[in-house]
Ligand binder design. Structure first.
Ligand code: ZN
Length: 221
């Protein structure tokens, strides 16, 4: 495959992707999807092939435009939620969800938990509202080897309250029976699921001199 010819699985675009915030081959010029969206989409297709979403209920936190249409047509019931945004079905705090136990089959919250102070409570809440056959997909930006907790939102790191490490997804294992973690190396490289970096860094997710892999954890009740 030539570097400059990729296929966006979300919208069908083929060709070169745009540089975004200094990251090469990052953004689809047609649907604006980023590396993580294309990776997550590819993982969702693998998950849905084994776990049918037909007839099920989904709750989507901090809903990205990239996935709204997909979830709305895939699930029987689809609802959105956010702490601050107004254009969602539920304006709620992940640490205190106003939903009954076992209300949903699927929860998707990407790049959310690194903003939540009591993430253990949020993970418990997500587990509580899921039905016995439910799934939660909860990716965060893994940036270090070992997770670092900040005492307050860090303005130098997009106001995250922690820098998640490679060990972060272990927190899901205490609440869920099984966690499968997919990486950029597990999907078709044509969708360009890697994070290209043009500076030297010692990320534990480095694949080669140019790029990092990203991770998508799938948590089973
Ligand atoms: Zn696209």
């Amino acid at each position: 495959m030539v570097d400059s010819f990729y296929q966006c699985p979300l919208c069908g675009f083929t060709g070169e992707l745009l540089t975004f915030r200094g990251r090469l081959h990052a953004q689809c010029p047609q649907c604006r999807s980023l590396e993580r969206h294309r990776l997550q989409y590819a993982v969702l297709m693998q998950v849905f092939a084994r776990w049918s979403p037909a007839g099920k209920a989904a709750l989507h936190f901090a809903p990205e435009a990239s996935f709204k249409a997909l979830f709305a047509r895939t699930f029987l019931h689809y609802e959105t939620a956010d702490l601050a945004a107004k254009d969602v079905d539920h304006q709620v705090d992940l640490q205190r969800l106003p939903f009954a136990d076992q209300s949903y089959d699927f929860v998707f919250a990407s790049h959310v938990l690194e903003h939540v102070a009591d993430d253990q409570q949020a993970i418990s809440e997500i587990r509580r509202i899921l039905r016995p056959d439910g799934i939660a997909i909860l990716p965060v930006p893994v940036v270090v080897e070992k997770t670092i907790e900040f005492s307050e939102p860090n303005p130098l790191q997009d106001y995250h309250v922690r820098a998640p490490g490679l060990d972060y997804y272990e927190r899901y294992q205490t609440r869920f029976s099984r966690v499968e973690t997919y990486s950029s190396c597990d999907v078709d490289a044509a969708c360009q699921p890697f994070i290209y970096v043009n500076t030297d860094c010692d990320s534990p997710l480095r694949v080669d001199g140019a790029k990092l892999r990203d991770l998508v954890p799938v948590c089973y009740v």
